[in-house]
Design a binder for this molecule. Structure first.
Ligand code: BG6
Length: 491
């Protein structure tokens, strides 16, 4: 079963932080509840605050109550889960105190240790060094790190060097939580298990690809962090480029982590470079102004708590790019992502080419192409849009488009769709790296984004405004309509 051989000593730095409470405890709890945490797995929470074990368990329990559906909070399961925890108070940046981690390990058996760094990247290096110096690590210890890994190629190199001085690449797990989403993994099954798609997946048959990752939320009290980053660094450098990789990569020779990641790196290397003339035309930066969300008025980006009034940071970006290789030559990839859009919606649309010769009603010509709609959220599912005859005696040979639809909720009614972190944590415990990002992926993604950021900085233009609750700046619509296309809308 999945559980065999996955017993670990799990050490969580930043155990009282936001990520731990919102994502990691709920995910670990769900794994435990489903019988996927080995009986021998133990958890050590590490943070700066003075607390005893019971006080800490109380915090974990509170986090579960807040972030897990009450129907899924089973008393016995919660009790068993909490009993796995020990707490350790530590000042991360000084070597003193790390002995406690070694002692905690030695008191138990010889399970591999998983160190999860749910803290700022500026601390990664110190923590790794102190862990090593205190004798807490051995040749099976793994480390899990979160984005952002640096804010450009150079700084990401420094962070990766610091981790790499202690852990070899084969034991570093860089999280991009989009890779843990069920439908994202399904891209691999869809493309490489279905001959129907396998044979069509190239510029002969696909006219363009569209990826939308729309968020309804604004900045959510993270203005300070976000303003240094912007939507390109926060979402495109990682999540959207990972989606591009999975869509565009060549078939790997097998499902090994490096076979998959080698193919993804080739895509990143082949991304179309930015040129000056693309900036106004094929790349649109936006920033939201006051508007509405769920019918209520909400402030603009520059009026959010903690904001300054000058910032040119983008909260929206749309771009037309491509993958310059044999498979994808001439196929535009339209990407867009933004905060404060009308809904939370992530989807990928593969637009197939039209038939070479069209014989139906000329007015319906624009309809006549298949689309594969891959919905990541909110309702995960895959639909293939096909054309059929409109039914009814009076309709003649009028066409109608309709979906062949795989809706995961109804196709697998009993199965709960797990959160991305559940899958990722399970893979770390199993020692499987294929859902994690390799160093060269991070670096190629940065190299490409840096070239755009540099060009933006040279120009120092204000982003285009869009009202909260709209689909972004008008220019982002023009960007695609100038090619005679439009962003996909459900019907
Ligand atoms: C995070 C970003 O990586 O992804 C956030 O830092 C963003 O700004 C989030 O809101 C979106 O994730 P999801 O899973 O809600 O689409």
């Amino acid at each position: 079963s999945d559980v065999i051989g996955t017993a670990v000593d799990f050490v969580l730095f930043g155990a009282l932080g936001d990520l731990s409470q919102r994502k990691l405890y709920p995910a670990l709890y769900q794994l435990d509840r489903e019988g996927l945490l080995d009986d021998d797995t133990r958890l050590l929470g590490v943070a700066r605050y003075e607390l005893d074990d019971d006080g800490f368990r109380g915090k974990v329990e509170a986090a579960l109550k807040q972030h897990v559906k009450s129907a899924e909070l089973d008393r016995a399961a919660v009790k068993r889960f909490l009993a796995r925890f020990t707490y350790c108070r530590l000042d991360f940046s000084t070597p003193e105190g790390y002995q406690a981690i070694r002692d905690w390990r030695q008191a138990g058996s010889v399970r591999p240790m998983v160190v999860y760094l749910a803290v700022g990247a500026n601390l990664y290096g110190d923590i790794c060094r102190h862990l090593e110096a205190s004798g807490s690590l051995d040749e099976r210890s793994r480390v899990v790190v979160e984005k952002p890994i640096g804010h450009d190629l150079v700084s990401s190199g420094e962070v990766n060097d610091a981790i790499g001085a202690v852990f070899p690449e084969s034991r570093i797990y860089r999280i991009d939580h989009y890779l843990g989403k069920e439908t994202v993994q399904n891209l691999i099954a869809l493309r490489f298990a279905n001959p129907l798609f396998g044979t069509q997946w190239n510029q002969n048959h696909i006219s363009h690809v569209e990826i939308t990752v729309a968020e309804k939320v604004g900045i959510e009290g993270r203005w300070g962090y976000f303003d240094q980053a912007g939507q390109l660094r926060d979402m495109v450098q990682n999540h959207l480029l990972q989606l591009v990789c999975l869509i565009a990569m060549d078939p790997p020779a097998n499902l090994d982590a490096d076979a998959i990641r080698d193919e993804k790196v080739k895509v990143l290397k082949a991304l179309k470079p930015f040129t000056d003339d693309m900036l106004g035309r094929d790349v649109v930066r936006g920033q939201y102004i006051a508007g509405t969300a769920d019918g209520a008025s909400v402030p603009g980006y520059l009026e959010e708590e903690g904001a300054n009034t000058e910032s040119h940071t983008e909260t929206f970006v749309a771009m037309k790019t491509g993958v310059a290789n044999w498979r994808w030559a001439g196929v535009p990839f339209y990407l867009r992502t933004g905060k404060r859009l009308p809904e939370k919606l992530s989807q990928i649309i593969i637009h197939f080419r039209q038939q070479p010769h069209y014989i139906f009603d000329p007015d319906q010509r624009a309809l006549a192409a298949n689309k594969l709609v891959i919905r990541l959220q909110p309702e995960e599912g895959i639909a293939l849009e096909v054309l059929t005859k409109d039914s009814g005696l009076d309709k003649g040979m009028r066409l109608r488009r309709g979906p062949l639809h795989l809706d995961f909720n109804s196709a697998f009614p009993k199965s709960r769709i797990p959160d991305a972190y559940e899958r990722l944590l399970l893979e770390v415990m199993k020692g499987q790296q294929y859902l994690f990002v390799r160093r060269d992926e991070v670096e190629h993604a940065w190299r490409w984004c840096d070239s755009l950021i540099d060009a933006w900085q040279d120009r120092d233009e204000a982003p285009r405004r869009y009202p909260a609750g709209s689909w972004g700046p008008v220019a982002s619509i023009a960007m695609i309509t100038q090619d005679g296309r439009s962003w996909y809308e459900d019907y």
